[in-house]
Design a protein around this ligand. Structure first.
Ligand SMILES: [Fe+2]
Length: 424
């Protein structure tokens, strides 16, 4: 059995390297070239971050311009070499500031040929984070990173929905999150999305086969606003249009969530004001799939999320789609209250079946085809569609903002405590 697994892993690795080699062959013309990315990251009301990967290494710049505005040039704030499918690429990251909220900006990545000469390597367009009153479209999915045909076909369908922001619920790169697999399993399938739309991942269990600080976390440029004493990028939050999004790294044990993550999450959600609150992480709390619910998250951080009126939790891990009714403490909440738990783990990898019959807390599910989630957000309503690889909408629902905010808990909240059986 082990040799069988090894043969599959070797075949996948060879396939991944061949796809990446073909891609580099197509894009590399002997001169410095942007071979991976660019990638829009960490959008703020007044700026964004652009990350790009070059080969061969050369000095480069980012030029940003909006209609009727003075253009500005940014040198990469950090430049570092990195392996990618047999070659070394140069990772460049530039922080852009002084922008207007929600406005779109053309950008160019330039090779610095000499003091007076610049050569355009890439042209793109990105947007500063929109203000709370603007309508935005969110794309969410997880468990995608095989580099296979389902992932690629789904990626083409995602582009037609023209999202404003992408959240990924983990398992970006199968099987082990290796840097050399990032081209074929992330950068190439999502090249068009990454160049124009901010991409916010959380870490799945496959990102932990290797040290994620050396792999996924050094690939992206994520907000550094997580709990104190936790490595940056594992847990973070950002505001985008009428929502506050919180990413949590679910690859830890309950006491860490109770001791470090819950107090931080309490403050982040309390500070969200009137925004919708959407939390995403890999392992689902309410699920009826192959893997059981994550009890460690249920007792440690779910009470914090329920107390603050989180509207929706987005997860993956189980390779299927499922959606709960709005739930409070494991039961259907009164009208307009409770958290809708969504597992959107059919993002490209092999599908896994739901465990039937579904409990009455579940409102919908589909384990028959690959799919992704589209969320249209306005300040007043949250409309969700689950889109299948066939193009068919598999599920649809809407949440309306209740008349009163649901932040009913005491300021600071009560600390989460472990049940007796989970304390060891
Ligand atoms: Fe997965």
């Amino acid at each position: 059995m082990r040799s069988h697994h090894r043969a599959i892993a070797l075949a996948l690795a060879a396939c991944s390297a061949a796809v990446a080699a073909a891609w580099f062959g197509l894009h590399f013309r002997g001169r410095p070239t942007v071979v991976l990315g660019p990638m829009v990251q960490n959008v703020r009301p007044d700026g964004f971050t652009i990350v790009w990967y070059m080969h061969p290494a050369a000095p480069s710049e980012l030029r940003v311009k909006a209609e009727g505005k003075q253009e500005a040039t940014y040198c990469p704030a950090s430049v570092a070499p990195r392996p990618a499918a047999g070659i070394t690429v140069q990772r460049c990251q530039a922080e852009v500031g002084g922008l207007e909220p929600g406005r779109r900006y053309d950008y160019e990545i330039l090779e610095v040929v000499n003091d007076s000469d610049r050569r355009v390597m890439f042209r793109g367009r990105a947007r500063a984070a929109p203000p709370p009153e603007e309508t935005v479209r969110v794309l969410a999915f997880g468990d995608s990173g095989t580099g296979g045909r389902h992932q690629r076909r789904l990626a083409r369908l995602m582009e037609t929905y023209d999202p404003d922001v992408v959240v990924h619920t983990g398992d970006l790169i199968y099987p082990r999150g290796r840097p050399e697999d990032f081209p074929a399993r992330l950068f190439i399938p999502y090249a068009e999305l990454l160049a124009g739309v901010p991409f916010y991942p959380c870490l799945g269990n496959h990102e932990y086969k290797l040290d994620p600080t050396e792999t996924a976390l050094s690939t992206f440029a994520l907000p550094k606003n997580g709990p104190p004493d936790e490595p940056p990028g594992r847990h973070y939050w950002f505001d985008f249009g009428p929502a506050r999004f919180v990413a949590i790294d679910s690859n830890h044990d309950g006491p860490l969530f109770a001791g470090r993550v819950a107090p931080w999450l309490d403050g982040v959600l309390a500070g969200a004001g009137d925004r919708w609150k959407i939390v995403f992480f890999h392992e689902p709390i309410h699920t009826h799939g192959k893997y059981p619910p994550a009890d460690k998250l249920q007792w440690s951080i779910l009470p914090v999320m329920e107390r603050h009126g989180v509207a929706m939790i987005l997860c993956g891990h189980n390779h299927m789609y499922e959606r709960s009714h709005p739930l409070l403490a494991g039961r259907r909440g009164p009208a307009g209250e409770g958290i809708t738990h969504v597992t959107t783990g059919a993002g490209g990898a092999n599908l896994a079946s739901a465990r039937l019959p579904m409990p009455e807390t579940m409102a919908a599910w589909d384990d028959r085809q690959h799919s992704f989630t589209i969320i249209d957000l306005t300040p007043e309503a949250l409309a969700v569609r689950q889109v299948g690889i066939s193009g068919r909408v598999l599920d649809w629902f809407e949440l309306a903002r209740p008349p009163e905010r649901r932040d009913a808990g005491p300021p600071g909240g009560s600390p989460a405590t472990a049940p007796a059986q989970a304390s060891g």
